[in-house]
Design a protein around this ligand. Structure first.
Ligand SMILES: Cc1ncc(COP(=O)(O)O)c(C=O)c1O
Length: 376
């Protein structure tokens, strides 16, 4: 059996043609027709006014914070249960993250803690500059509650939908529910440009500002003149060609990932040692990764299983270590309830690639059950 990866790239067919076209037309640059097409396709799919394609999801978050004018010492409220790239850009801005723990229904930002944190900040005379909520593993956060709190206190919301392209909350696409949304097209995401990202919004001023900042903040002068600090964040036209090809197969990829989740659920249905993350009634997850929880009574079961499967060429991964537990973020405030710590201790991500074959799936299930019996 060949190595089974957690979430490998899965090309559709048109990508190589588009890349060849970029070569033929010599648009080997961070400008060109594929970029424009890719941006239009994303905005249309998500249902936003526009889109700015950039070279990573991290860059998109950084731009979102810049667009919202986040300054040194500003406070930004950030989901704690996520990948560090959600919060790194807050520190690039020299602002201060406050980490907010999760609720158990979606594993995303807990609206109760969010409200408590905002009220405490206001009482101390600080109004948070932005909220970053994440739709982790593709599962939409409780956006209704989060947006009504954010609107009540007039704080803009950035949706980190890096893992959630195609996920929906109350029939609206993730990324279009807050004030600014971001996506990642890193190699492990549901669709990929090898590396890339996007910022979406309904606010045309913010979209223009993001595009301007992403291209070195050039004034409209015949020479290079700059009145503000810019960034070199635009996506390459070559990679946008891959993105256009991938957009054609996005719905197929979502179908496959959701199907893989259901297969795992069926294969392990009668096993009381395992809990799945169910989809709340108003949520439609792209099921980027299938995640499970193992019994809390057996400490280290997730890592033991991960190691056993790795030896059999099956890549699994522990869930994200909460950011409030990361050494690099120890000096920042946090609002915790123990949920993300529990998830980290008990959770495991299973191979979820949309190109997983039936024989690979059977091999994983066989190896997983054996590994589970050995530890629990
Ligand atoms: C939740 C989350 N946010 C942000 C990012 C950053 O995206 P990128 O790797 O494209 O910079 C990722 C993925 O890598 C992610 O999973």
């Amino acid at each position: 059996m060949e190595q089974i990866w957690l979430s490998p790239p899965h090309m559709g067919g048109e990508e190589a043609t588009n890349v060849a076209e970029a070569f033929t037309s010599n648009w080997i640059a961070p400008v060109g027709p594929h970029i424009h097409a890719f941006e239009q396709q994303i905005a249309q799919y998500v249902g936003t006014e526009g889109c700015v394609a950039v070279n990573s999801g991290t860059a998109a978050i950084h731009l979102a914070l810049q667009v919202l004018n986040v300054q040194p010492n500003d406070v930004v409220l950030c989901q704690s249960f996520t990948f560090a790239a959600t919060a790194f850009p807050i520190v690039y801005c020299e602002a201060k993250p406050i980490f907010i723990d999760s609720e158990t229904d979606t594993w995303n930002m807990d609206p109760v803690l969010l409200k408590q944190c905002i009220e405490d900040c206001l009482q101390k005379g600080t109004k948070p500059k932005a909220i970053i909520v994440v739709h982790l593993y593709g599962m939409p956060a409780k956006m209704h509650a989060i947006m009504s709190i954010a609107n009540q206190y007039n704080i803009p919301v950035i949706e980190d939908a890096a893992e959630a392209l195609g996920s929906q909350y109350e029939n609206h696409q993730c990324g279009s529910l807050g004030n600014i949304g971001i996506f990642s097209f890193n190699g492990n995401k549901i669709i990929t440009t090898s590396g890339g990202g996007a910022l979406v919004s309904n606010n045309t001023y913010w979209l223009q500002k993001a595009a301007y900042l992403a291209t070195q903040a050039k004034d409209a002068t015949p020479f290079y003149q700059h009145q503000t600090i810019g960034f070199n964040y635009k996506l390459s036209n070559v990679l946008a060609g891959i993105g256009c090809g991938q957009m054609q197969v996005l719905n197929d990829r979502i179908y496959s990932r959701r199907n893989i989740y259901h297969q795992y659920q069926m294969a392990l249905a009668n096993d009381e040692r395992i809990a799945f993350l169910n989809e709340p009634a108003n949520c439609y997850s792209n099921r980027w990764l299938t995640t499970i929880l193992l019994p809390s009574a057996v400490s280290g079961a997730n890592e033991a299983i991960r190691k056993t499967l790795a030896a059999q060429k099956i890549e699994c991964r522990l869930l994200w270590k909460p950011l409030h537990e990361q050494p690099v973020f120890q000096s920042y405030q946090r609002y915790t309830n123990g949920v993300s710590n529990q998830l980290f201790e008990r959770g495991l991500c299973l191979p979820s690639g949309s190109n997983l074959s039936e024989s690979q799936f059977s091999y994983i299930i066989y190896a997983f059950k054996k590994a589970l019996d050995a530890v629990c």
